[in-house]
Design a protein around this ligand. Structure first.
Ligand SMILES: CC(=O)SCCNC(=O)CCNC(=O)[C@H](O)C(C)(C)COP(=O)(O)OP(=O)(O)OC[C@H]1O[C@@H](n2cnc3c(N)ncnc32)[C@H](O)[C@@H]1OP(=O)(O)O
Ligand SMILES: O=C([O-])CC(=O)C(=O)O
Length: 371
């Protein structure tokens, strides 16, 4: 028998690894990202700055940012005929499953899957960050019998991502809201998907396998899948009164209300949700959709009063994506595209200081049986 240690269901509160990448300091209300506060970064920087920070350890300056942008743009293209893969899938395939298939398929094109050197893994991360938005947008298009939209090198990274999704060149303001959402989704310490990726990487499996597993984890509605569920719930509610009624019904039926609660922030508002709430306030005023903002605020108020629960990021990111004209099925794939950054940094860190994850169990089954 292993030495008895405390068992925590769902590894609640258990320290799983050391990391220099990020830490949720709930008391200080800070999401620490390599020493910086994620919210401060999201208010003043761009997603590409975070790419440089998480993969290369420091924020870029005016000289290094364009170099990084060029590196990414050089890698936008996917292998020839890549999207024929998606023509063969059933039309009802969820975009997260298409993304999982796409990332898995990309592995076959990598020149050396056994490479584990930190600088090389970080170059692979650049390739993944360049290609995943293309897979997200165009696997969806292919499954919907729409023409593939080639990446536009003249647009910024985030503007191009949004352009490939909607087919329209975004305004500077739309691109900025989207970029900010990518930043707040980019990295968040040790959620289930990051843990999944590190567990897979700890067997010395390649980064494509680690990310493929992480897509599967993120799809679940207790994790990334919640953003899509939130939007369906808002649409089902329809009006503030309708939404309130729906939430009461869910609480009476003891159903989980998507977009509320969090393993780490359980009794506090997720700081990222507060930032997206401000984005929604502005965007809904610009679009004369104050009704949507009011509905969300009424839901927030009700959940606080009835359950003492606060919104997480998915609650306010979903209506922001809705007002940006993004199809609901793409909300979780976009979350994954943004999180590719944090995942790659974690996988790289795992390789650099590896120890196989292999916990023990609290056995509750029978003993002493004989065939
Ligand atoms: C970006 C992200 O991935 S953030 C997470 C996105 N996921 C969601 O929004 C899904 C809805 N939320 C949840 O299911 C949960 O809050 C989780 C899974 C995120 C975290 O919860 P856990 O730490 O595992 O706590 P658990 O699910 O056990 O909940 C504890 C209690 O709060 C209640 N609770 C927690 N979240 C909710 C919710 N959203 N709606 C209703 N009740 C809830 C539970 O029913 C439980 O009550 P009980 O003790 O009376 O049984
Ligand atoms: O931290 C978590 O458990 C989930 C979450 O908010 C994220 O992955 O962004």
């Amino acid at each position: 028998m292993p030495e008895q240690t405390t068992y925590k269901k769902g590894l609640d509160g258990v320290i799983a690894t050391e990391t220099k990448l990020s830490y949720l300091d709930v008391d200080a209300e800070e999401i620490v990202l390599l020493g910086y506060d994620l919210i401060e970064l999201a208010e003043s920087k761009q997603y590409l700055d975070l790419v440089q920070l998480l993969l290369r350890g420091q924020l870029p300056d005016e000289d290094t940012r364009p170099i990084l942008e060029k590196e990414l743009k050089k890698e936008y293209e996917l292998p020839e005929d890549f999207f024929s893969l998606f023509h063969k899938l059933p039309k009802k395939t969820h975009p997260m499953d298409a993304l999982r298939t796409g990332i898995s398929a990309l592995a076959g094109y990598e020149k050396d899957l056994d490479e584990r050197r930190e600088d090389e893994i970080r170059q692979t991360a650049i390739r993944l960050l360049a290609k995943i938005p293309n897979i997200v947008a165009n696997s969806y298009r292919t499954l919907h019998d729409e023409a593939v939209i080639e990446p536009d090198q003249t647009l910024s990274y985030s503007a191009n991502f949004l352009y490939m999704i909607t087919g329209k060149e975004p305004t500077a303001a739309e691109a900025a809201y989207f970029d900010q959402s990518l930043m707040v989704y980019s990295e968040h310490e040790m959620p289930n998907s990051t843990f999944t990726a590190r567990v897979i990487a700890s067997t010395n499996a390649d980064i494509y396998g680690a990310l493929t597993g992480a897509v599967a984890s993120l799809k679940g509605n207790l994790h990334g899948g919640a953003n899509e569920a939130v939007m369906h719930m808002l649409l089902e509610g329809g009006t503030t009164d309708g939404f309130r009624h729906l939430l009461y019904e869910k609480l009476t039926n003891k159903e989980k209300v998507m977009g509320f609660g969090h393993r780490v922030y359980m009794k506090k508002m997720d700081p990222r949700a507060a930032l997206m709430k401000e984005a929604l306030r502005e965007l809904s005023a610009e679009r004369q959709r104050e009704d949507l903002f009011e509905m969300c605020e009424a839901g927030e108020q009700l959940m606080k009063e009835e359950k003492g629960l606060y919104p997480n990021l998915d609650y306010y990111a979903a209506p922001v994506y809705y007002l940006l004209g993004i199809p609901i099925d793409l909300y979780t794939p976009i979350f994954f595209a943004a999180r590719t950054l944090g995942l790659c940094a974690h996988v790289s860190e795992q390789y650099a200081n590896n120890k196989l994850f292999r916990p023990r169990v609290l056995y509750t089954g029978p003993r002493g049986l004989h065939p």
